[in-house]
Every structure is written in structure tokens, then in C-alpha cells.
Design a protein. Structure first.
Length: 366
């Protein structure tokens, strides 16, 4: 608990700096989320420590004191830093030398004798320069609505464009401003999703890839699995899909390697695919050829062995004969990638490029 005091002080400093961060690119929102997560973590630590802390210390660190104060400070900082959503007119200070409409009307009345203008053609003190027709007048109560500017439309960030143009051998899109993962239309990229992408795992779609490596294991490993996942139209690539709580649909994959832990797996129109699998139900193949199954590597298994792995209990829905389906088989142990390849080669690193990895895992020339 001694660490809680400096942590709280540091957190308060971060909260006070929120207003200095830019709204562009989600920098302020990310910092706010981190502050909120830190407050939650402190609260949990205090709750866990109640079993051994003296009563005085419990009161000192209680939710009603320090942690509550941090929460209130965060809310206050968010309110102060929030951008105005409406445009408002402000009344300028009156210029003493300016002539008002009323003054101009009175001067005009005095000069009537020197002109031929009729009083009815001059503006009165109670009117504007021109009378607005009744059918064009603003109904009561609508002035304030017309004098405001509505919220600007929000344009979602295009992470695929960002990945295509980013420098460096490895792309790490944050997906911090997205609710789903969508990776599509890439050739020759090594993509590794960071932990910030865990907020976007409500669903995933990985499509139209050629000669790519996509690793999504990090954001789905710590309690944020995909609700559902679709892999489609992928060639000569390695996809480490991570953990899927629901169904993984694998369609139109050719000459590739797939790694996934899922409750259900359905493969359609795939050929020459090695799939390293943890599946809580019987995998299904349809219209596939030369699909080889192997158990998921230990380094990629996030289930902890609590669920039976039925990786080799495959059903071919298009093969109704009693004999074993010729469309799938078990990947021989001596042809499976070794554990050190998954841990040391696949992540890449200095001097290890995309082509080197694809060659090492046997995808070059397929």
C-alpha cells in the first residue's frame, strides 16, 4: 500500500495536464482513459488490501477520501477541457461614438423640412431598417436554435490507409478510436496489434491479404477476445488470430497458416492451409482441400487448458462417406513449426524482415 501514495500523486499530476493535450488524434481521450483505468486499479488494490490493513489506514485510503477525490478531479478536468459544442454570439461593448438606429431616425425627423421624404418612409425608433414580411418572420422560440452551430460530423480514422503509408518494417495500428478490427487490402505487410486494440475486439474482419503477417494475439489475450471473427480471401500469409469467444469463419484462404483459439471454427473454400487450432467444439470444413490441422502452439494458447481441445475432431460437411475425408488431415509432428519459431522468429526484429519470416515458416514458394 506504500506505493499507493506516490501513484496517487503521479495520477493527480497527469489529471492536471489533460487540458494541455491535443484533441486531434485522440491524444486527450487516450490520456483520460488511462487516468480512469489507473483510478480503477487503485480502488481495486485498496479493496484487496482491506483484509490486512489497520482500520485507520483503511479510512485513509478509502473510496470516500483519496480515490473519490481523484475521480472528482478527473471529472472536473474533463469538463474544463471539453470543447464547446455550440457557437454563440457575444454582445460587443457599445462604442460611444457610434450612432444608433434610434439616433439616426431622430436626426432624419429633424431634417424632414429640408427634404421631400415622407416620415412613413423613414425608419422609426421601434423598427429595423426594413420590415420583415410576416410569412418570413422567425417563429417565437426558434431564434436560439437558428443561431447555433450543430455538432460537426465525426469521420472515423482509416487505419488501413495509415498502415499502408506508415514507415518501418512492422505496423502497429492502435485501433484506439475504433470499435471493431478491420484489416483489409494489404500486400507484403507485417502487422502486430498492440494492447490498445483490445477496446475494438467486439468483432474482427481480416480480408484481402497477400504475403502478410498479422498477429492479433496481444489484445485478445487478456480478457478481451473477439466476439466473432471473419478471415476471408487471404493468400501466402500467416494470421495469428488470437482468442475468439464465438465463431471464427475462415473463407477463401489459400497457401497460408492460421493460428486461432475459438469456441467454433468453420472453414469454407480453403486449400493448402495449415491451421494450428484450439477449438471447444468440432471444427467444420466445407468445399476445402488439403487442410492440415495441428494443436495450437503453447505460446499462443490462452485457454489455460480449462476447455477440451477438439482440434482433430473435424467434420467435413461435404463428405458423407464412411471413409476419412481426403480434404483434411493431421499435420505430422515433424512438419509442425517448433515452439522457438513462434517465440523467436515470428515476432520479427532487427535484421529479420517479412520475407525472412515467411521463408522460415515455409510460406515462400507455396
Amino acid at each position: 500500500m506504500e506505493k499507493a501514495i506516490p501513484a496517487a500523486v503521479h495520477l493527480q499530476e497527469r489529471i492536471s495536464q489533460l487540458a494541455n493535450l491535443s484533441l486531434v488524434g485522440g491524444e486527450r481521450q487516450d490520456a483520460t482513459d488511462h487516468c480512469l483505468a489507473s483510478i480503477t486499479r487503485l480502488s481495486n488494490e485498496v479493496a484487496d488490501a482491506n483484509d490486512y490493513l489497520p482500520a485507520y489506514d483503511q479510512r485513509t485510503y478509502s473510496q470516500a477520501s483519496a480515490i473519490k477525490a481523484l475521480s472528482e478531479n478527473l471529472q472536473e478536468a474533463k469538463s474544463k477541457a471539453a470543447p464547446r459544442t455550440k457557437f454563440r454570439f457575444t454582445t460587443a461593448s457599445k462604442n460611444g461614438s457610434a450612432v444608433s438606429i434610434n439616433d439616426a431616425a431622430q436626426l432624419a425627423q429633424k431634417s424632414l423640412g429640408a427634404t421631400s421624404l415622407k416620415p412613413s418612409l423613414l425608419p422609426s425608433a421601434d423598427s429595423s431598417m426594413a420590415t420583415t414580411p410576416a410569412n418570413l418572420m422567425t417563429p417565437p422560440g426558434e431564434d436560439s436554435a437558428r443561431d447555433t452551430v450543430g455538432d460537426l460530423p465525426s469521420f472515423p480514422k482509416n487505419y488501413n490507409t495509415e498502415m499502408a503509408s506508415a514507415p518501418g518494417p512492422i505496423r502497429k495500428p492502435s485501433f484506439s478510436q475504433a470499435s471493431t478490427i478491420n484489416i483489409t487490402g494489404h500486400n507484403g505487410l507485417h502487422i502486430i496489434l498492440p494492447s490498445s486494440a483490445s477496446r475494438a475486439t467486439s468483432s474482427g474482419a481480416i480480408t484481402k491479404l497477400n504475403r502478410c503477417i498479422v498477429d492479433m494475439s496481444v489484445p485478445t489475450a487478456n480478457g478481451a477476445p473477439f466476439a466473432g471473427l471473419a478471415l476471408k480471401d487471404i493468400k501466402h500469409s500467416l494470421v495469428i488470430a488470437g482468442h475468439v469467444a464465438g465463431a471464427a469463419h475462415v473463407t477463401g484462404i489459400e497457401d497460408s497458416i492460421i493460428v486461432v483459439a475459438s469456441r467454433q471454427v468453420r472453414m469454407h473454400e480453403c486449400k493448402n492451409v495449415d491451421i494450428y487450432l484450439h477449438c471447444a467444439s468440432r471444427p467444420i470444413v466445407e468445399d476445402c482441400s488439403n487442410v492440415r490441422f495441428a494443436p495450437i502452439p503453447e505460446s499462443q494458447n490462452v485457454t489455460g487448458g480449462s476447455v477440451e481441445n477438439q482440434w482433430d475432431q473435424v467434420d467435413d460437411f461435404k463428405w458423407l462417406k464412411a471413409e476419412h475425408s481426403p480434404n483434411w488431415s493431421i499435420l505430422p509432428e515433424d512438419e509442425r513449426l517448433k515452439e522457438e519459431v513462434w517465440t523467436d522468429v515470428v515476432p520479427g526484429g532487427p535484421g529479420v524482415g517479412l520475407d525472412d519470416i515467411l521463408k522460415r515458416i515455409g510460406l515462400t514458394g507455396r
